[in-house]
Design a protein around this ligand. Structure first.
Ligand code: ZN
Length: 163
């Protein structure tokens, strides 16, 4: 077991944070955005960027090739639905996708929307870490976080309406 500090300051002991979230042991601040047969989507408001979504598999696997055919099909389906919802309700034109296999958590993909202000940190992959840190440090005011929660609700409504 490892101790992890959550964004709300609470410390939990879990083997794998992704397992804890998909199994409902840890409730992500902002709540679940949508669930499918094999995946679970949420946002951690510790990174207060509207429409940022973390899509985690339900099963504890680390690498892409460990997904079954059924899980892989479900992954693409839910990823596309979330992407479409980001466009429809938040007007997001571009998204960066990140997923790495050498993480302490299990299989999860970050969907990071691209906003105009982010270009001051650069145009491509190297800008993402500074963008996330900037958001966490400087965009964490109550008004901004409320905007992020509202965006989560819009995504929830859009994604939970249709199958
Ligand atoms: Zn896990």
């Amino acid at each position: 077991m490892r101790k992890m500090k959550l964004s709300n300051g609470r410390v939990v002991e879990v083997e794998c944070l992704s397992c804890a979230i998909v199994n409902g042991i840890v409730e992500p601040d902002g709540g679940t955005i949508v669930e499918s047969a094999h995946f679970h989507a949420h946002q951690d408001v510790a990174y207060p960027i509207k429409g940022l979504v973390i899509l985690a598999s339900r099963r504890h696997v680390k690498t892409f090739d460990q997904l079954t055919d059924e899980e892989a099909a479900d992954y693409i389906r839910i990823l596309r639905r979330i992407r479409e919802a980001q466009r429809n309700v938040l007007g997001i034109e571009n998204v960066y996708y990140f997923y790495n296999e050498d993480t302490t958590h299990h299989f999860h993909t970050w969907m990071v929307p691209r906003y105009e202000w982010m270009y001051e940190f650069g145009r491509s992959v190297e800008s993402v870490r500074p963008v996330l840190l900037h958001a966490r440090k400087h965009m964490n005011g109550e008004q901004h976080v409320q905007g992020v929660r509202k965006a989560i609700q819009l995504l929830q409504k859009e994604l939970q309406a249709a199958p």
